[in-house]
Design a protein around this ligand. Structure first.
Ligand SMILES: *Cc1c(COP(=O)(O)O)cnc(C)c1O
Length: 356
């Protein structure tokens, strides 16, 4: 029989700060596919084994659901009346879904004009109060922090430690799925909560005796939004990968600790490298992720060109969000549909030299 899955709080309860009193607000998140890449040798040198951890398969379409099941469950336990977050899109989509589930109000503050269409639609349809500000994510987070100090709202950005607790379960799943930790774990870095969470998760799994070794953490920022790489905040972050368009990450120190303690690397990738990897993952691997997610593979490709990896290395790339969230980029980057008369002969002409 197929093992029932009741969400990550039930699955990893022993590792999470919950008790019998915690009302578990879940959409059965987690248990996402770990898919082995099949065409990676076309872009990465050497015999490496690369896997995609497909976090777009979570209920709201991104890894944010892992943190949100924890943050919203704890907010309900603590009697919060409403939750609030600043968001580049996916945090608000997830907060909106889980607070709808819990019957809580949600307020989301988003930067004007830079939110991918799917994410905005999610926040709206789940019934949260959506406020767009004339400013970027960093401005939005500042406002949210001030509001939380003045009002009785629960903050559900990754500054909320329960978010990191939930997100660390992705590392547990990778180990359970692979049978060990990979040699390298690559992921995009925006506000840097996720790299912090994975590193915590791997550490806890090792301490509990579930795995022997730890991976080296590889974090990738977009070149136009790479404060950790540059060593100072970036005032006007800019990148096509809106989910990582962040100039002053909240978990900056956590990301540096993950890098330094694991012996890993945090570096940057250009928008072109991100979009090339995004198109490769969709057209060769059959997986539709959002542009920010592809920064993980773009970074692995870049490091491999410098001879960074050895034969036999195992690498896991987290694909953080689903491609359907950001249809505009997919459409812009792709060949447009041909428009022809509705006639078999015309269509057969068009198809000559193609696939038949
Ligand atoms: C939030 C997000 C990121 C960045 O994660 P951080 O924890 O902020 O570093 C990357 N990709 C997607 C799709 C996201 O939603």
């Amino acid at each position: 029989m197929i093992q029932p899955w009741h969400g990550l709080i039930e699955q990893y309860r022993d590792f999470l700060p919950v008790s019998e009193k915690t009302p578990v607000i879940t959409l059965n998140e987690g248990n996402t596919p770990l898919i082995k890449a099949s065409h990676i040798h076309e872009v990465v040198q050497g015999e490496i084994d690369l896997y995609f951890k497909c976090e777009g398969a979570n209920p709201s379409g991104s890894f944010k659901d892992r943190g949100m099941t924890m943050a919203i469950s704890k907010a309900v336990e603590e009697g919060a009346k409403a939750v609030i977050c600043a968001s580049t899109g996916n945090t608000s989509a997830s907060a909106a879904a889980y607070s709808a589930r819990a019957g809580l109000g949600a307020i989301v503050i988003i930067p004007e004009g830079k939110i991918a269409m799917g994410k905005l639609a999610q926040a709206m349809i789940h019934g949260s109060m959506v406020i767009q500000i004339e400013g970027n994510f960093d401005d939005a987070l500042k406002i949210v922090k001030e509001l939380v100090a003045r009002q009785n709202f629960a903050l559900v950005n990754s500054l909320n430690p329960f978010r990191i607790e939930g997100q660390k379960t992705a590392a547990f799943e990778v180990c359970d799925q692979l049978g060990s930790a990979p040699k390298y774990h690559a992921l995009p870095v925006g506000n840097a909560g996720n790299i912090t969470a994975y590193w915590k998760g791997y550490g806890e799994y090792q301490s509990s005796g579930r795995i022997d070794g730890l991976p080296k953490m590889l974090g990738f920022q977009a070149a136009g939004a790479a404060p950790i790489v540059r060593g100072h905040p970036v005032g006007k972050p800019s990148t096509v990968a809106t989910a990582i368009r962040i100039g002053n990450p909240a978990s900056w120190k956590g990301a540096e600790a993950a890098r330094d303690e694991s012996g890993g690397v945090i570096t940057d990738v250009t928008d072109k490298e991100i979009l090339d990897a995004y198109a490769f993952i969709a057209s060769k691997e059959g997986i539709f992720c959002e542009p920010a997610s592809a920064a993980s593979l773009a970074g692995v490709i870049k490091l491999s060109q410098r001879g960074f990896f050895s034969s036999g290395d195992t690498i896991v790339c987290t694909l953080t969000g689903h491609g359907l969230k950001d249809p505009d980029n997919a459409i812009q980057l792709s060949k447009q549909p041909l428009k022809v008369d509705a006639e078999i002969s015309v269509i057969e002409d068009v198809l000559k030299g193609c696939c038949i």
